[in-house]
Design a binder for this molecule. Structure first.
Ligand code: NCD
Length: 423
């Protein structure tokens, strides 16, 4: 395991911030930051063996935490080998998956390659529009050494000829070792899963769930919080926008609910509020919830602002809201007036940048708090972790790494940045 993955795993297991870990092992925060930089970064430093032994010593007293393969997989009973919803995750099992994602980072950042899925084939079936989800699932599978075949839209699939989901699913089981499905109807992906023994991953089922997006969002929150010494426990999370149809919010709110004492502020137009069953389940788990239509007051003190696009394509015929009024637009002036220097600004993307859409404003593009491309970059490592665990190769990855053979750009993106320029 890389030194970065080792240290991140240690902090996760002990629920330590960087400051706490640095203090416990008697080093400066600056030294710890330099150990956590990617290997190829010019500022990275090797952690001395003695420090590693010290961390291992502290870990011995950490609360029980299982790293078994089973715990990485959500326990959805008979559907345990699919990823249809985030419902089966516990805090331990989700963190174990994030640990596997850390192990994938050198591959996602193109420093290493692996062939652990050599010979395996992924079927990527997208019956709804997608750019990042479809391409990042393909890229993640390919970076594990597998290959990908796909189909896009109903028009070019046999469903246009009236074929059932069950028949389609059964047929594809003969071609592929994993199936990723995005479908406009709630429950359609589960129907795919029922007809096959090949692992099925829900890449979005209508207004239902989008588990892989929520996992990469959680991973991003945890990584970014770690840079500014925050824990997820106790955080103030603000969801803004179409909370009724936004499936990424549905899945992410459930994952965040696994942590302790969160404060959720839910800001949406009246007609697009978070479904009541999700609000109730957050409340049942002891989190504090406020629902408001007022962006200015709702954003105050946010640790995370998670904005979303209006899901017009899911509106019932009688629903008319075309775009947000300007009252729902998260922009630079509003963020400056309400949020602190370390607030994370997130969005699952795509954001609707057309005039009048009032989605997350592009005037935030140079704001270091904007984490949208950290989310997309992290999507590769997290989706690799999902495939590796569903197909049972996660323990082989670290022993299979080889150097890349091609020239890689020096600067890839988000991870190369100094944390908010203030460390
Ligand atoms: C989202 C989706 O499809 O649910 N996008 C994504 O997968 N990152 C959000 C959206 O379409 O607005």
């Amino acid at each position: 395991m890389s030194q970065q993955a080792f240290l991140r795993d240690a902090m996760r297991r002990m629920n330590f911030t960087r400051d706490t870990l640095a203090q416990r092992i008697g080093i400066t925060r600056r030294a710890l930051d330099s150990w956590l930089l990617p290997d190829e970064s010019a500022e990275t430093r090797k952690m001395p063996d003695i420090a590693q032994r010290f961390v291992l010593e502290i870990l011995k007293s950490a609360p029980s935490y299982t790293q078994s393969v089973d715990s990485v997989r959500p326990g959805n009973g008979e559907l345990a080998h699919h990823l249809l919803s985030v419902d089966g995750y516990t805090r331990d099992s989700v963190e174990a998956l994030l640990r596997v994602a850390d192990i994938m980072q050198p591959i996602a950042r193109r420093q290493k390659t692996t062939r652990v899925l050599e010979g395996a084939v992924l079927a990527n079936l997208f019956f709804e529009a997608s750019t990042r989800t479809r391409l990042s699932f393909s890229s993640a599978f390919a970076r594990l050494g597998g290959s990908v075949c796909d189909t896009t839209g109903f028009t070019f699939s046999s469903m246009a000829k009236g074929e059932s989901i069950a028949d389609t699913s059964r047929v594809i089981s003969g071609y592929a070792d994993a199936i990723v499905v995005r479908h406009p109807e709630l429950g359609a992906v589960a129907e795919f899963a029922r007809a096959t023994h090949v692992p099925v991953i829900n890449a979005g089922d209508g207004p239902g769930e989008h588990p892989s997006q929520a996992l990469l969002d959680l991973y991003t929150i945890q990584r970014e919080f770690s840079r500014v010494d925050k824990l997820i426990d106790g955080a103030h999370i603000v969801f803004v926008g179409d909370l009724k149809y936004g499936r990424t919010v549905h899945s992410l709110s459930k994952l965040l609910a696994l942590y302790r004492n969160l404060r959720f502020t839910l800001i949406s137009p009246q007609s697009l509020m978070l479904p009541q069953h999700l609000v109730e389940s957050l409340a049942q788990k002891g989190h504090h919830i406020e629902q408001t239509h007022d962006l200015q007051s709702g954003l105050k003190g946010a640790d995370v602002v998670y904005a979303t696009r209006i899901q017009k394509e899911r509106f019932a015929q009688e629903e008319t809201l075309e775009a947000y009024s300007a009252d729902f637009q998260v922009n630079q002036a509003l963020i400056n007036a309400t949020c602190a220097a370390h607030t994370l600004i997130m969005h699952p993307l795509p954001r609707d940048s057309r005039p009048g859409a009032n989605d997350l404003s592009i005037d935030l593009n140079h704001d270091p708090r904007l984490a949208i491309f950290k989310q997309t970059d992290n999507g590769i490592a997290v989706r690799m972790a999902i495939f590796a665990t569903l197909l049972g190769v996660e323990d082989q990855v670290q022993y299979s790494l080889r150097e890349v053979g091609w020239r890689v750009p020096v600067y890839l993106g988000a991870e190369d940045e100094v944390p908010y320029g203030d460390q």
